[in-house]
Design a protein around this ligand. Sequence first.
Ligand SMILES: [Zn+2]
Length: 324
Amino acid sequence: MKNPRLGCSTCPACGETRHTPDETLGIWAWEGICAGFNRCTRCLSSYSNTEFTADQIAKWYSERFPYVYYSDPIHYLNATNRIKFLVKRQWLPEADHVVLDIGCAAGLFLGALKQQVPAASYAGVEFLPEVAAKFSGKLGFPIVTINEIGANTADMVFMWHVLEHSLEPQVQLSAALRLCKSGARLAIACPNRHALGFTKRGAQWVWCQAPWIHCVHFTANGLAELLRRNGLSDFAFYYRETVDAFHMGFLNRPDWYPVRGGRLQPTEERPLEASETRYASPLHSCRFWHHGNSLRRIAIGTALSQIITPRHERSELICLVQVP
Ligand SMILES: [Zn+2]
């Protein structure tokens, strides 16, 4: 395995250069490139030790990223749980607001939000034009690339699990802030580097993905530092367990869900077993195999995990930001 670009050594969250190898997150290989993670000595975020080019990352998303997975029933449940979180924090749009969901995939979250507040204007943002085109309009709002949206247009911007996908989260955050009106609200969610999933399952945890997919695993301190470096100071952190990431849950049971190893591959070709039911996705764009009772078990497991998992060790870090 050759690795010509090994040597990322600056924390993309806080800018610190001191680091140690993060061996708990494993070593990953793809097309002759071998990469792992460094852990920042200051903010304890982890980040890819290899500098992938934008072309390499785009190629991976274009050829390998299973966008259809984001329209399956698990993610429908995830979207409705995100709405519950926002309702509880009174973080919903007003009727005259323009709302953007950056990295919206199939748009399930925005679709659920639109049901909650039908009068607001909604648009999804995806990075690859072919992905935007594939899902655009299916749930009643357009999905476009970020260059198609003008500066200072949004009252609310959501970035659910976006920043960890970039080697340069600073650049992604700046691009999102450019779209915000003065006084807009921004919500950012990403995997929590202090999550029990990392501690208990390490490289096997569903949110510990290859360093060219999840390039950065933030701690709250790291994300806070990134926000401050972008001129943001009015924000609050929350910790949440989710249906797809609970470390003892469904996606972390390789015998239950054909995700491990192949990593989130659609499973058309897998034969149906006696205990399984075939689900159509809410968008009818893909089909996945699930065990009959699994969705109910996931919902119950997630609710329980919100209680039993210590707050700072829950899977997901959410930051609600008031843009100045
Ligand atoms: Zn750092």
